[in-house]
Write a protein that binds this ligand. Structure first.
Ligand code: SF4
Length: 363
């Protein structure tokens, strides 16, 4: 499990049957010395090479994998909370929130029955607040439609609100130990480099091809450890900008080494420019500020649009109202805020849009 995953995504859905041959099968075929070709890449997987990579990465993980609380449990609710929090967020930042969240909502039922406003408040500071609302919707759906029993297969998990292919695969694998494959940023990078070649300046393989590749290299009976190992390896060893190639346990098998080091060096200016992109002032930044203002507002009254505007943007004027209204409407669509349908009785200028009140849901 790692962070940064706006692009965590799809893959091999296994409810029992993987979409592509598992590597043990692939390797058995290759043991007859017919390499498995990953469609769309021209890449051939030789069984001995795949086996060596599997063994080395799993061994590396046993020695170097971080001691994280969600790796010590198979409780699907705990795994779900961790996976949702880790989307777009670094592990160190998630740790205190994970503990606090499970202390306050120790079970799926507790979360399902909580006030949305309380869930959003507990999420304060973690960012991407829509995740909090989606997480609670998942809990409610499982309680209401599955009798509180957590779905086990990727297909069933994907019917839950806001659960994409990555999260469904991660829960099936990390909670139920299904040998499924799935992609997140780290898995994409590691598999691409080892089995295909340098991913800089651009990946050579599509997500579809990487999905097929990932499905072919999940070891039968070892999916939990393999997926944890690949994700962890990408998070702390084979990182995007500073892969530790000189001390890499799979260097001898890596198709990106040594070209990846030159490619990263040549494109370092591009990376720096990307890093310099300012976050402050973006819509996401303002959404966070609006929610912070609503969290501090009287729960039953909320704030007027004018109050919000003055709190979140310096020099706010009526000319900024359409901009603010659009942001607030987006929060309402995501279930993070409620906009009063009609002007409240205490409004002195009911027709004035700036007096419309906004609050957290079900405060
Ligand atoms: S040799 Fe370098 S690029 Fe290849 S897997 Fe190891 S750290 Fe990553």
């Amino acid at each position: 499990m790692s962070s940064k995953s706006s692009d965590r995504s799809v893959l091999n859905s296994q409810s029992g049957q993987p979409a592509s041959p598992p590597v043990s099968t692939a390797c058995q075929e290759a043991a007859g010395h017919t390499p498995i070709v990953v469609a769309g890449t021209g890449v051939a997987l030789e069984a001995p090479m795949v086996t060596a990579v599997q063994e080395r990465l799993r061994s590396w993980f046993r020695r170097h994998g971080r001691d994280l609380p969600w790796r010590k449990t198979r409780d699907p609710y705990h795994i779900l909370v961790a996976e949702v929090m880790l989307q777009q967020t670094q592990v160190d930042r998630v740790l205190p929130y994970y503990t606090a969240f499970l202390e306050r909502f120790p079970t799926l039922q507790a979360l399902a029955e909580a006030s949305p406003a309380e869930v959003i408040r507990l999420w304060a500071g973690l960012g991407y607040n829509r995740r909090a609302v989606n997480l609670q919707r998942v809990a409610q759906r499982i309680v209401q439609q599955h009798g509180g029993r957590f779905p086990r297969s990727v297909e069933e998990l994907r019917t839950l609100p806001g659960i994409g292919a990555y999260t469904a695969g991660a829960i099936a694998c990390f909670a139920f130990e299904h040998d499924v494959a799935f992609l997140d940023t780290n898995i994409r990078r590691v598999l691409h480099r080892i089995f295909i070649g340098p991913d800089v300046p651009h990946p050579r393989a599509s997500d579809r091809a990487l999905s097929q590749l990932a499905a072919q290299v999940v070891p039968q009976g070892g999916g939990w450890e393999w997926n944890q190992a690949v994700m962890e390896f990408g998070a702390v060893h084979c990182t995007a900008r500073k892969p530790a190639c000189s001390v890499c346990p799979v260097q001898a098998h890596c198709r990106a080494f040594p070209a990846i080091l030159t490619a990263i060096q040549e494109h370092s200016a591009t990376f720096r420019a990307r890093d310099a992109t300012p976050f402050a002032g973006s819509s996401r930044w303002y959404r966070g500020r609006i929610l912070a203002a609503l969290r501090d507002a009287p729960p039953d009254q909320g704030l007027t649009l004018a109050d919000i505007g003055q709190q979140v943007r310096e020099g706010f004027t009526d000319a900024d109202l359409p901009w603010l209204q659009e942001l607030v409407s987006g929060l309402a669509r995501d279930g993070l805020a409620i906009i009063a349908e009609e002007p409240a009785h205490y409004d002195t200028t009911p027709s004035d849009p700036s007096r419309r009140r906004v609050r957290l849901p079900d405060s």
